[in-house]
Design a protein around this ligand. Structure first.
Ligand code: NDP
Ligand code: 13P
Ligand code: ZN
Length: 369
């Protein structure tokens, strides 16, 4: 069993952060999840009273997967749609897309693709002070529904607050046909909430950090949704995509309630962010966070084997070798993880010793003995 509070602990911790009650919680207004919901793009634009002058941000592959179809639907509906195809989530690319949106006079951006395209639409629409709609073609992490975006520059990535989508249109038929590795990574990102929630609780106890029980329970529940359905997550199945997307939406909502990524990003995400800077060839975000979560659960004294088993059932990597990462890079990332976001208190505290890092990585079978 994953570490859970006893009843006494639960009631002691059942306290909403006072400030959270006053927080501005940004949620999508429309969320469509299901087979062929892509056809509803014009309806959603109408419902949101968007005049259909939209900038569609996509990638080379996802242009064919969904971008062209959306363009056609909008044009057939009398709207104006321009397309920006991007390959990198860089500040230069954000500037270019922002300028394209402003020149068009776009009243909405569409992020069509997976993480990169959605982040680009998120950031550039915010610059233009207009909403954006998230239209994921893969479910590789909870950024498809959250207000956070990652930006890459000089080989480094930075996670920043942007804006939440005004709508999410997740066509599970399309998502189920995306490379399965992306879906498994999305499941890993959600499963890693098990440790981010524990880190947040720890910070609340050790540092009196503002804490929201409802946000933490939403994040925890989304992890449970995936872990309890691990055997149902299979390549090519529309039902698997539906399970994953619903869990990602719940995880994104947890971040909206918290007003930060705290419920879904703890020590395991710091490990992944460190790995992004260290590894010659980083793996997918959700894969790294999930492997990090196995090790961080070991540090918390919880049931790390349950996380490992769920990932194995899904077919997500559980070791450095399976992620294509060197053992030495894992150790380096563990040693550096606590410096990534020092203001976010986690089980990593002031850092690990080399022997502690080696032990946790080898006991949990992330690196070979
Ligand atoms: N906002 C957040 O909270 C977070 C953001 N990120 C960021 O997200 C990005 C990574 O996102 P991720 O989704 O893993 O990767 P990408 O967005 O780079 O997508 C991976 C690849 O899959 C392709 N693809 C997507 N959907 C399909 C489909 N249906 N069929 C065939 N190919 C498809 C993409 O094509 P194409 O080239 O056409 O796009 C791309 O080549 C990084 O920039 C990362 O920093 C990561 C974690 C959290
Ligand atoms: O990836 C995230 C949640 O899953 C966002 O977290 P970060 O704030 O660490 O980028
Ligand atoms: Zn994540």
């Amino acid at each position: 069993m994953i570490m859970k509070h006893n009843e006494e602990q639960l009631s002691a911790d059942w306290r909403e952060d006072e400030a959270a009650a006053m927080k501005w919680m940004e949620f999508p207004r429309e969320i469509l999840i299901g087979k062929n919901v892509l056809n509803n793009v014009p309806d959603v634009l109408n419902k949101l009273k968007i005049s259909e002058k939209v900038l569609l941000v996509t990638g080379k592959n996802t242009l064919d997967v969904a971008g062209k179809q959306i363009l056609e639907m909008i044009e057939n509906n009398g709207g104006v749609c321009e397309i920006c195809v991007s390959e990198k989530a860089s500040p230069e690319e954000v500037k270019k897309i922002t300028e394209a949106g402003a020149a068009l006079g776009a009243d909405c951006f569409l992020g069509v693709g997976s993480g990169r395209s959605i982040d680009l639409a998120k950031l550039s629409s915010k610059n233009c002070d207009v909403p954006f709609i998230s239209i994921p073609t893969a479910a590789s992490h909870d950024g498809i529904v959250s207000a956070r975006a990652s930006i890459h520059s000089d080989g480094k990535s930075e996670s920043v607050e942007a804006q939440a989508p005004i709508a999410v249109i997740a066509d599970t038929e399309i998502i189920s046909r995306a490379p399965f590795r992306l879906l498994a990574a999305g499941c890993g990102d959600v499963i890693s909430n098990y440790t981010s929630v524990l880190d947040w609780e720890l910070a609340s106890r050790h540092q009196n950090e503002p804490f929201s029980k409802s946000a933490s329970m939403m994040a925890y529940m989304s992890a449970d949704m995936i872990s309890n359905s691990a055997t149902l997550i299979r390549p090519g199945l529309e039902s698997s995509a539906r399970i994953a997307v619903k869990a990602l939406v719940l995880s994104g909502a947890a971040m909206s309630v918290a007003g930060s990524s705290r419920p879904a990003s703890g020590s395991e995400h710091m490990f992944s962010h460190a790995l992004d800077r260290i590894a010659k060839k980083p793996a997918l975000h959700g894969e790294q966070c999930a492997v990090g979560s196995i090790m961080m659960m070991y540090l918390h004294g919880g049931d790390w084997e349950k996380i490992r088993n769920s990932l194995q059932q899904i077919g997500a990597p559980t070791s450095a070798r399976e992620m294509g990462i060197e053992d030495e890079e894992i150790i380096e990332a563990l040693l550096r993880a606590h410096t990534i976001r020092p203001e976010r208190y986690t089980i990593l505290g002031g850092g690990l010793t080399l022997s502690a890092a080696e032990k946790m990585a080898s006991v949990t079978k992330v690196i070979s003995d």
